[in-house]
Unconditional design. Structure first.
Length: 159
């Protein structure tokens, strides 16, 4: 975790690593990609929504730790819900949104070299074809939902 005690160590690590090593150090955790996926593509904005609806069965402790880390890394922004004062809502920042094409590239790699669910591969196919306009549209919608909050997504809005 990034805290006052580790800031100097983290700064040293960041300044001394190559970009690939640094990305692996910061984001090389399976849960971060899954949480970004859940927020970006499935509009899971609350702790319980992420916890109870992901297929990978993240534990509440792991989810809590990763959300804090993602906040520290400025991948997510936390806001209070207008409906319930104790409920927190998680929104992707520009850094989190910029990670979404990387998720689709990971999906393309696994589709090529492994055997993921054909149903999910079919959903991601339009984004794996190299259609930059399609990806730009997706990122624009994510900005509208997460940064500007000018739209509220429908389920599977990106399909």
């Amino acid at each position: 975790m990034l805290d006052a005690k580790n800031v100097l160590n983290e700064r040293y690590i960041e300044e001394s690593m190559c970009p690939i090593g640094l990305a692996s150090h910061l984001l090389g955790d399976k849960w971060i990609s899954i949480i970004i996926r859940d927020i970006a593509l499935f509009n899971r904005r609350t702790f319980n929504s992420i916890l109870n609806n992901n297929q990978e069965n993240i534990s509440s402790g792991s989810l809590s730790a990763r959300l804090k880390l993602m906040h520290d890394l400025k991948l997510v922004k936390i806001e209070k819900s207008e409906q319930h004062t104790q409920k927190k809502l998680y929104y992707l920042t520009e850094a989190g949104i910029s990670f979404v094409p990387i998720l689709f590239n990971l999906a393309a790699w696994t589709e090529k070299f492994r055997a993921p669910s054909p149903d999910i591969v079919a959903l991601t196919a339009p984004y794996l074809s190299g259609d930059d306009d399609r990806m730009d549209w997706l990122l624009g919608k994510l900005r509208a939902f997460n940064i500007h909050k000018s739209e509220e997504p429908e389920p599977l809005w990106w399909v």
